[in-house]
Design a protein around this ligand. Structure first.
Ligand SMILES: [Zn+2]
Length: 182
């Protein structure tokens, strides 16, 4: 195992939830990045595992827009998330906080180097890379759907105003109702 210090990343890192109600900035260094397979992390992320990077040694973590909501998942740990859209954001323990790698604006530069919770690892996780796959634009059956789609997701950078004033927000349920009424 390499020295955990060798993967510490200096610099400033921004990110936030899917809807943009919660945004954050981390003044590095980022600590080790990991995936955790434990059952609590599977639930907290609704995923096969939790991708997290330690910010324990960061100089500063700032919530630059909104505030995370917290769910106390045990007597010692709380899970931070966006109360508006549900995006998982943090793992907060007495010895420090880790943040969800996928919530960062540039998750591709935060490479996991450790795994935790192997006792709960799902049986197919080791074979995910072997699955056949396609790019989104190769899915011919979804062409009409993709042509009409308007994303309400916050972009991968800070914004002065969000949502943009020019965009009328429409919930998918409302669109469906309208079609059914017609
Ligand atoms: Zn949100």
């Amino acid at each position: 195992m390499s020295d955990p210090g060798s993967d510490r990343m200096p610099g400033r890192f921004t990110g936030g939830c899917q809807c943009g109600a919660v945004r954050f900035a981390v003044e590095g260094p980022l600590g080790p990045a990991s995936i955790c397979h434990c059952r609590m992390c599977q639930k907290a992320f609704g995923g096969f595992f939790a991708p997290l990077v330690s910010v324990r040694e960061a100089r500063k973590v700032t919530w630059t827009r909104g505030e995370r909501a917290l769910y106390q998942s045990s007597n010692l740990v709380a899970r931070g998330f966006c109360a508006s859209c549900g995006t998982p954001l943090t793992y907060e323990a007495p010895d420090g906080m880790a943040m969800a790698i996928g919530a960062f604006d540039d998750p591709g530069m935060i490479t996991p180097t450790l795994q935790y919770g192997l006792e709960a690892k799902l049986p197919y996780v080791d074979h995910l890379a072997d699955l056949s796959g396609t790019r989104t634009e190769q899915d011919i059956a979804a062409t009409a759907f993709l042509a009409d789609i308007v994303s309400f997701q916050h972009p991968d950078h800070d914004t002065a105003v969000w949502p943009p004033e020019s965009v009328t927000m429409q919930h998918p349920d409302q669109l469906e109702t309208r079609e059914n009424d017609a």
